[in-house]
Design a protein around this ligand. Structure first.
Ligand code: SF4
Length: 228
């Protein structure tokens, strides 16, 4: 657990200046080659159990609410469903940082107890999701649409990995789709990758991140270069 600025989630256009108790039990439903938190997402480090009531109390005493992050919060769905409403009852906010790989019904229930989401759109192609993450893109697109239509605040992160998801055509398609399905005002974080876990490609050149941001910016109004 750590108290982080909300901008670090990243959420750029929701409660700026807020600080959130950030937590993530082990586990993920994807297995990204570049995972920065792979020890937790793919392994089982030692943890300390907090009841939903205990965690909610710590969250509102130490910060403005809670962020379920670091690993994949939808795999501890029941815990989020139990904890987020208590945080909100105590006056805090509840934020999800997710890969978006979740079925529609649990997603709809999660949206009733949370205030804001940052969802990864890891690439425009199924091929990337299959090779690098063990998933596919369509469920993520459905999640993005559902959140955008729910009224819950949505931001999107696109991590640019050189040689993997750095085609300008793909960036353009992704931005066009986001504008049409989530709205052109949805904030997009175009982020710089660093090698880690099983991914050994060198870090994204800063120029490439800004080039991607310009391409997204042709269709989306709020584009934020990240990790630069
Ligand atoms: S979805 Fe996120 S937490 Fe899960 S493996 Fe991929 S990068 Fe790691």
């Amino acid at each position: 657990m750590a108290v982080d600025p909300i901008e670090k989630k990243p959420l750029a256009m929701f409660r700026p200046g807020a600080r959130l108790l950030s937590t993530g039990p082990p586990g993920c439903n994807l297995s990204c080659s570049h995972c920065q938190n792979w020890q937790s997402s793919q392994g089982a480090p030692p943890t300390v159990f907090r009841t939903p009531e205990e965690l909610a109390e710590v969250a509102v005493k130490s910060s403005d609410g809670i962020a379920f992050t670091y690993t994949e919060p939808v795999v501890w769905y029941e815990y989020v469903m139990d904890t987020a409403p208590i945080v909100r009852t105590l006056g805090g906010i509840a934020v999800m940082v997710s890969n978006g790989f979740v079925n529609p019904e649990p997603l709809k229930r999660l949206l009733t107890v949370t205030d804001a989401w940052n969802v990864d759109l890891k690439a425009w192609s199924d091929d990337f999701y299959r090779r690098n993450c063990g998933g596919n893109v369509q469920p993520v697109l459905e999640t993005l649409k559902t959140i955008a239509r729910s009224g819950v605040h949505l931001e999107v992160t696109y991590l640019v990995i050189p040689g993997e998801n750095d085609s300008e055509w793909d960036w353009d398609r992704a931005a066009l789709w986001l504008a049409a399905n989530c709205g052109e005002n949805t904030p997009v974080h175009v982020s710089r990758y660093f090698p880690g876990y099983r991914q050994t490609r060198p870090a994204t050149p800063v120029e490439c991140v800004f080039r991607a941001a310009r391409v997204f910016n042709a269709h989306m109004k709020n584009v934020f270069p990240g990790n630069v």
